[in-house]
Write a protein that binds this ligand. Sequence first.
Ligand code: ZN
Length: 317
Amino acid sequence: MKRTVVALLGALVIFALLSRAATPISVMILDGESGGAYHDWQRVTPALKKMLDETGLFATTVVTTPPANGDFSSFMPAFSKFQVVVLNYDAPDERWPAALKTSFEQYVKNGGGLVPVHAADNAFPNWQAFNEMVGVGGWRGRRDQAGPYWFFKDGKLASDTSAGPAGSHGRRVPFQVTVRDSSHPIMKGLPARWMHQGDELYARLRGPGRNMTVLATAFSDPQNNGSGRDEPQLMVLSYGKGRVFHTTLGHDLNALSSVDFVVTFQRGTEWAATGQVTQKVPTNFPTATTVSYRTDLAAMDPRFADGLDSLTARPAR
Ligand code: ZN
């Protein structure tokens, strides 16, 4: 009798473990608007979804907002049904009704994960809670009132309250990324430095920078419209009980195809949802001197047929 109970309990434990491992992390990719045609959100979302799908860890649903001139009065996604929301979205303050903003704030405050990608940190410049979630942002009129500039100096996070606009980048070129917190679950096992494929290097971002840990920076070269500072590229934040992984990388499919983008996005999304990272670092991760990108992702942009580097020759915004 005793033995049967033990065997039953054992079977139950195994079943619980198995079903836990088999339950995918529920992800919402939210899209529907960007600051302009240069941020081709319609093409970016399928690439982000592919990256999540291929891990086998996530069940991803794409939620697209009404168009900019559409009716938002009945747009109310069930945020709380998801463990993490990936933002491939950039809209002005007035786009979301107050009730939608409140619902989103409650979702993150109550422990929902959030992953703003690239220009998602341009959105909602005067929505205080949103700015606290992303930590730093740029453009859309952000200036001194947004908070100080944040950057790395002498191995530490530093800030500067000088007056000035928020957000800049130079021409899209490959650049080196430097890890600033190798112990964080997202960064464990990554090289101390690596090359990122041609992308906009976001600089001069401003924001509250509260509850923010910078995981990786990149030097913003003054010869390429840069700040001369080590600028935050990957960061984690907490907002209430919610975890945020903010990546400034990923302007377009050219940039998203960089293996370091893929890996940090996959790991960062898992961490924002669960607080843990179970994924291994692939062997094709870029090194300190050599970029590594995935042609299967880059080729999701038809311009890839013209060659990868032709995209970086366009004038900077
Ligand atoms: Zn961009």
